[in-house]
Design a protein around this ligand. Structure first.
Ligand code: SF4
Length: 76
């Protein structure tokens, strides 16, 4: 199990590279967050408004393998 969490201001995203099937749904859906040429390649910091966080939730929901998962912040 190699699940890693990438933190953002509103939501976090976790990713397990052993599960990823490289379907690239994430890269197509929100390239400003998922950029395989960047390190780290997942940058939820870009999702800094509620609308962008919703888009990120939608794109993560499209991941066909379950490699990506949302990690919601607790309500404050
Ligand atoms: S959408 Fe999921 S399976 Fe496809 S590349 Fe992204 S993380 Fe991997």
């Amino acid at each position: 199990m190699t699940r890693k969490t990438y933190r953002g201001p509103l939501v976090d995203v976790s990713f397990d590279g052993e599960v990823c099937r490289h379907a690239a749904e994430c890269v197509r859906g929100m390239p400003e967050v998922f950029d395989t040429s960047a390190r780290p390649w997942i940058n939820p910091e870009v999702a800094s408004t509620p609308d962008l966080a919703d888009r990120l939730r939608e794109v993560v929901g499209r991941c066909p393998s379950g490699a990506l998962a949302m990690v919601e912040h607790p309500e404050s």
